[in-house]
Write a protein that binds this ligand. Sequence first.
Ligand SMILES: *Cc1c(COP(=O)(O)O)cnc(C)c1O
Length: 401
Amino acid sequence: MTEQNASALVPAYARADIAFERGEGAYLFDEKGERYLDFAGGIAVNSLGHAHPHLVKALAEQAGKLWHTSNLYRIPGQERLARRLADATFADVVFFTNSGVEAVECAIKMARRFHHVEGHPERFRIITFEGAFHGRTLAGIAAGGQQKHLDGFGPKVDGFDQVPFGDVKALEKAIGPATAALMIEPIQGEGGLRPADGEFLRALRRICDERGLLLIFDEVQTGVGRTGKLFAHEWAGVTPDIMPIAKGIGSGFPVGACLATARAAKGLVAGTHGSTFGGNPLAMAVGNAVLDEVLKPGFLEHVQRMGNYAKQQLAGLIAEHPDVFAEVRGQGLMLGLKMKVPNTEFLAALRKQHMLAVGGGDNVVRIVPPLIVEEHHVREAVMALSAAARALETAKQKAAE
Ligand SMILES: *Cc1c(COP(=O)(O)O)cnc(C)c1O
């Protein structure tokens, strides 16, 4: 143990020096009782905000009955959540996991197994897109293809090829006899809120159909109402064959899922894949309770309304601070501010205004509040963003004098 680093934690995170004690809706309270407006949402996770009464009740009731049995037995909560997700989407079947990257891993294994049982085990490669993020396991970082995530972790897992985001020509050239699937985020989250346009997603569907490939939409961040549709691909009017989801479906409880058509999933028969914890009764109680709220009539319209309002307010902010903000991007309540100052510096200034947001690639500040926010929260956020911008402008002026 050294003086400077008395912490017993692996120093893998650059943490801000705040610890929160409790939360309520769109607010967090730190150890001193100071209130923060939470537009980071635990990285687009807390879809229903903090301590949502319906979720608290569902989790507490389940906690008093049964936590875990493993997948050696039927789990009624899984059967119910899978049925509800299938009824609301393109999917026929669902495999439950504990995180986003495990849902992505399931998608990758499912695509490889599909071609294997089709008699084409040579088709195992997956094409992904520059700027992608698919999680932090060895396969996840190989799929994401970002050097900063791959660095020092040994040979990159084989089976991933990458092409520029939005480039149909490059994609068609990259497809070969070993290609099994394409995988894309409808809006790149970690990569800096870059939306794939609808036409591009429709082209991917067409190419997959023509070439016998599977289409995977990674909706770990964009899913469960975040963009104002239940899933972001609905805006483009095309469906995938396989779709990993996570973040929003647990609203803070660790749960993920891989949704698929029956055809795409046909290789994952008994014994081929598994998870000890995946889909345990606690996670399923929360997932079902999240769906109770998100599927309520008017919920997604509310997200769309708040998203449009926020986007309009943020556009006004850019006009007021043209040296700090460059543009606003994204859809629904998955918004990003492209910055002209370092996003880390801005986020620190924003914390001083008692507001939280989250950084992203391409020097973006992600604005990903709980989906239950109201106009007054957005107005409060705009005031904090404006005050943080002013603080940086003043500091810059002083430095120039
Ligand atoms: C967050 C994220 C992941 C990884 O999820 P974890 O729960 O951190 O494993 C994968 N894909 C996308 C698009 C994500 O945003």
